[in-house]
Design a protein around this ligand. Sequence first.
Ligand code: CA
Length: 227
Amino acid sequence: MTGDAAVILIVEDEPPIRRLLRTTLTAQDYRPIEAATGGEALSALRHHRPDLVLLDLGLPDIDGLELIGRIRALEPVPIVVLSSRGDEAAKVRALDSGADDYVTKPFGADELMARIRAALRHRLQQQGAERGFASDDLSVDLVRRLVRRGEEDVKLSPKEYDILEQLVIHAGKVLTHKHLLREVWRDESVDPQYLRVYVRQLRQKIEADPSAPQHVLTEPGIGYRLV
Ligand code: CA
């Protein structure tokens, strides 16, 4: 991304939703380009090199999940999925296929803009290979494996650290239970209940109020996100 307005590719087959997205993005000084099919999306991706893709999963020509894989194979561009209310399984599959985030239809403009900003920021951090996380009260240095809450060093068990490391590497992005089980336990079939236990312990060590976490947030039915 340059100092110019970020180019956002809208992939959506319903003209009214496309129009709404175009208006909303233009009002926020983004430069929207549009595709009504998966085929148009792949061609726009090659010609316009967008900074982010907003993707409706229900397209007439290519299955949305397959399209995520094909976009991933071409460009490391952030993908925010537009999904239907209540379809948690589709959201999980989209995230596991390589989408960065999702917004549930019907969506509010504020939420959509916040998710877009987070996805663009996350990608910039990855490009800068930032190896840590810092906020007012929590800092994580992945190179030196140091975790601090305020002025105090925090001692984590290996599993707690591995979970936090994944969250830091993908800060701002939703990580599914499956992703964390695969990366931390090396086994996606492990009972997600174990993950819940370790996340609870992690929160007790790094959150000011573990019952109202400010950093490790739960995405119900889906996974976790570090903010
Ligand atoms: Ca659709």
